[in-house]
Design a protein around this ligand. Sequence first.
Ligand SMILES: [Fe+2]
Ligand SMILES: [Fe+2]
Length: 396
Amino acid sequence: MALKLNPIRFPSHKFSPISAPQSTNLRSHRVFMASTLNSASIEFENAKKPYFPPREVHVQVTHSMPPQKIELFKSLDDWAEKNILVHLKPVEKCWQPSDFLPDPASEGFDEQVKELRERARELPDDYYVVLVGDMITEEALPTYQTMLNTLDGVRDETGASLSSWAVWTRAWTAEENRHGDLLNKYLYLCGRVDMKQIEKTIQYLIGSGMDPRTENSPYLGFIYTSFQERATFISHGNTARLAKGYGDLKLAQICGTIAADEKRHETAYTKIVEKLLEIDPDGTVLAIADMMRKKISMPAHLMYDGQDDNLFEHFSSVAQRLGVYTAKDYADILEFLVGRWDVEKVTGLSGEGRKAQDYVCGLAPRIRKLEERAQGRAKQASVAPFSWIFGREIQV
Ligand SMILES: [Fe+2]
Ligand SMILES: [Fe+2]
């Protein structure tokens, strides 16, 4: 298949600030966009279609993996059955959202809801902004299943394919579906947030979709998911820690339980990349470098509530301030994965592969240094209203 470039004509309202630290000298989306899109045509197209949600602005690349490599993934089907499907939990052993929520069929329902709402009163608005953003990210699950099914050689060809890759993707989706479900129901009951605004944000986000620049390549796709599962493990772990600090042990348990799922999923995806490094070291190291050069975009970076054109930046900035997900975490995840995959010790590389290896192994300290420098610069304090909490203002 030929490499196909699809220039996208409609701009997004926003860019991803925590996809990678702003302070890095890597090429930014903004610069990339300026060189590929004609702003006059953008404005014209937007005026024509004002009801469209935010869109990706980068040039979208499809099918960059050589077609012969598709066979490699098909030949790994048995391996995936033995090594990846084992990381799924049988439904009967899985927790369900109702395990953590007031039971509507019980006599004590009203009392349980009252207690939940009393505990929720102890948590500050900025915590709820971050929890809502995390919930909305989880609720855009249809986009992530779509993303996995763009990947050549591993996609679910029928919707009920019996290949191990397809079984994994469906079961993974089914496990993930509980995350947004649980957080959504909790937030509905807590009485602290504007559910209609949150629901609109979810609808906009799913409508926007996402192109994580994985180019239909399972190499790029599984590197992306390895990174993302760890990112969500960290952020749900941190919302659990904060809830505990505010004395809400039940909410801490909710966030901690979701974090544990993310960790299990991270284990599976990192194992796939480990296997790829074993059988195709050069192609895999090049793919890791490619993905890191492009930066890992956050799944909800096109977030919009119909009001705030910079909603994702504002949400990310609160998440950064509260320490739920920070620019430092980005560097830490990269460093963790590079260590987990032993990238430094990979042998059998081409000249280009060795350059990619050096780049990947030296990147985390570089990002961290730039981040420290950025932190040193005084940041102007500002506030932004969040529709999710009835327009109340939060420091961003
Ligand atoms: Fe999740
Ligand atoms: Fe996940």
